[in-house]
Ligand binder design. Structure first.
Ligand code: PGA
Length: 257
């Protein structure tokens, strides 16, 4: 049976009341779909809506994650949120190194490595994002870029089980643009990532889920999710509507059987 993680990245959308409405609607869809245990569902609201989302999905099987965390667990770091706080708020996962963090907040592989180690230390599952820009793709640098993001970002990471970590391949040119990678483009990079993960993580690297992200929607999800090295999706725009998010979960359920 294939495993999938269908994760919604809500970015900077939803106030707490809006999060309650959306998370409740997703929980309802989830209960209707009743996915097998091999298909996990996750929503990642902004920090201020995490509590509302956790309350709204209670008992539904939908998990909640954060979109980022700091490298330290406490201290004088005004404005930051510690991994321990994320965990204690009811989150199971945390997105680390989303391309918007790399691009707008200058996050480097070395910093992201510290965040990943800190999150793992708290028992959170980091969803580590990698991916090339359009220029890098045009210069045929995609595989080299992704390799160094993985080698540097996963330095000193040693897993006890494959499900402690998730990777998301998100080509920067596909995020929020409506222009997704083709299923073949996605599979090509996912296969390369699988090889690097085995090199870096050993046996667990063969099992770690690799999500695709970048304009994933009901229209293209089935073809992309069917590819052998695609283990789910990290979904922005289409995760903000319960119908499109549920349609993608339904496809994962179908493919998992
Ligand atoms: P998108 O975003 O689905 O809106 O392209 C994906 C992401 O940024 O994780």
């Amino acid at each position: 049976m294939r495993k999938y993680l269908i994760a919604g990245n809500w970015k900077m959308y939803t106030t707490p009341p809006e999060a309650t409405t959306l998370a409740s609607a997703i929980a309802e869809k989830q209960q209707f779909l009743s996915p097998p245990s091999s298909v996990q569902t996750l929503i990642c609201p902004p920090y201020t809506s995490i509590y509302a989302a956790v309350e709204a999905v209670k008992g539904s099987g939908v998990r909640v994650g954060a979109q980022d965390c700091h490298t330290e667990n406490k201290g004088a770091f005004t404005g930051e949120i510690a991994p321990a706080m994320v965990k204690a708020s009811g989150c199971s996962h945390v997105i680390v190194g989303h391309s918007e963090r790399r691009q707008y907040f200058s996050e480097t592989n070395a910093l992201l490595n510290k965040k990943i180690l800190a999150a793992l230390n708290e028992g959170l599952v980091p969803i580590y994002c990698v991916g090339e820009t359009l220029i890098e793709r045009k210069q045929e640098q995609t595989i080299a870029v992704v390799r160094s993001q993985l080698v540097d970002g996963l330095k000193d990471v040693s897993l006890k089980s494959a499900d402690q970590l998730v990777i998301a391949y998100e080509p920067v040119w596909a995020i929020g643009t409506g222009l997704a990678a083709t299923s073949d483009q996605a599979q090509e990079v996912h296969a390369a990532i699988r090889g690097f993960l085995k090199e870096i993580l050993g046996a667990h690297g063969a099992e770690t889920l690799i999500l695709y992200g970048g304009s994933l929607k009901p229209e293209n999800a089935e073809e992309i999710l069917a590819k052998p090295d695609v283990g789910g999706g990290l979904i922005g725009g289409a995760s903000l509507q319960e119908d499109s998010f549920a349609a993608i979960i339904a496809m994962a359920c179908k493919l998992a059987l």
